[in-house]
Design a protein around this ligand. Structure first.
Ligand SMILES: [Zn+2]
Ligand SMILES: [Zn+2]
Length: 375
């Protein structure tokens, strides 16, 4: 039997990319992952639909132990406003015990203009063109001031800024980090957060032109999970994920990229194609990262395109020596699989064709996070 108290991941949203994918038969929400430990859960990224998915997963925002943002691309942050603003209702008892939020700080400099540009583009918000996480959330509060002040003055609700503790992640000194020149220096993981349930460490990953971009690792008394964030293959991710029980790694279908941009000769088409190759990882690349790290299990998420056929992602099954998963939204994955069901060592992928047997799904209408029989 799987224990309902074993640390686990619930895949709240498994699609990547700043869009709603046309033809997505799986109805994948934007990238967001819950790490559930004991009575608490920790949210990594807040893609579109995250609030609904938290509700569907049977999680309570009041139990939120922290929010961790890998990087400030909109597909990872677009529903932070809904958490911040609706949070005045859902988190109202957290005044005095605010939810810690961790994410990248101010970039400090704009990225270089694409070499494919034939004329210089003009940035938006030139007065503060690269806000970090804390600035972004303060800006969200300011943008919703009319609504929030109604509630604060008329309904005596707390301000979101009393319910959230905003932290820009400080990058360790002495690495030679530079936002444009050296965004992914070789480094050791560093601690971002610790409480009685988890220790969260981070490392810089490579997702140009975004910087900083982080991967996070959660170590618990009952296993570990490492979440890649958006990245191309990098030694740093391998270092962070060393011997991890579960690696959630992003994946992109480069055949789709070629179909979309390969024939284009215009500036935007060439620049977009180039971006995908230097900033993301193929299925085979994700497998290679997991193998190099000695990860016991690999689950692909942040799938781009979110509408791709299962066969695109399933090719990893024959490549990865451990357990390989392609979760859908609301799948529940124990950090360490039940010993009686799976044994203590990785099970060959061939023993788990489809590999959905560990990724059980939250039943609709559930009121508490739980593991359920495999479907
Ligand atoms: Zn992304
Ligand atoms: Zn990204």
């Amino acid at each position: 039997m799987q224990s309902t108290s074993s640390p686990r991941v619930i895949t709240l949203g498994t699609a990547g990319g700043p869009r709603w994918w046309k033809g997505d038969t799986k109805d994948r929400a934007g990238i967001a992952t819950a790490v559930v430990v004991g009575e608490r859960f920790y949210l990594v990224d807040a893609g579109h639909g995250v609030g609904r998915r938290i509700r569907q997963a049977g999680l309570e925002l009041a139990d939120l132990g922290g929010i961790f943002i890998t990087h400030l691309h909109s597909d990872h942050t677009i529903d932070i406003p809904s958490l911040v603003v609706f949070g005045t209702h859902e988190l109202q008892h957290r005044a005095g015990n605010p939810v810690p939020v961790f994410g990248p700080g101010n970039r400090g400099a704009l990225p270089p203009v694409s070499p494919f540009a034939t004329e210089a583009p003009q940035p938006v918000a030139p007065e503060n063109p690269t806000p970090g996480t804390a600035d972004m959330i303060r800006g969200i509060v300011a943008a919703y001031a009319t609504d929030l002040n109604d509630r604060i003055l008329d309904s005596l609700r707390p301000s979101p800024l009393e319910l959230l503790e905003l932290n820009d992640i400080e990058i360790p000194a002495g690495l030679g980090y530079h936002v444009n020149e050296n965004p992914t220096p070789d480094m050791e993981p560093f601690e971002v957060f610790r409480d009685e349930y988890v220790t969260v460490t981070a490392i810089l990953v490579e997702h140009p032109p975004v910087a900083p971009a982080f991967a996070f690792r959660f170590d618990t008394a009952g296993g570990s999970v490492t979440i890649s964030g958006d990245t191309c293959a990098t030694a740093n991710l391998v270092r962070l994920a060393k011997d991890t029980d579960l690696l959630l790694h992003e994946a992109i279908d480069f055949e789709w990229v070629e179909g979309l941009y390969g024939h284009r000769t215009d500036d935007e088409g060439r620049a977009s194609r180039d971006h995908h190759y230097k900033s993301h990882t193929s299925v085979a690349g994700a497998v290679e990262q997991a193998r190099a790290a000695g990860a016991r299990r690999l689950a692909l998420h942040h799938l781009v395109p979110g509408s791709a056929d299962d066969t695109v992602w399933a090719q990893g099954e024959t490549l990865f020596p451990g357990r390989f998963l392609v979760p859908e939204d609301l799948d529940v994955i124990d950090l360490v699989p039940d010993a009686a069901a799976s044994g203590s060592s990785p099970t060959p992928a061939s023993a788990g064709a489809g590999s959905r047997d560990e990724g059980t799904q939250v039943p609709s209408g559930t009121t508490a996070p739980t593991t359920v029989p495999a479907r």
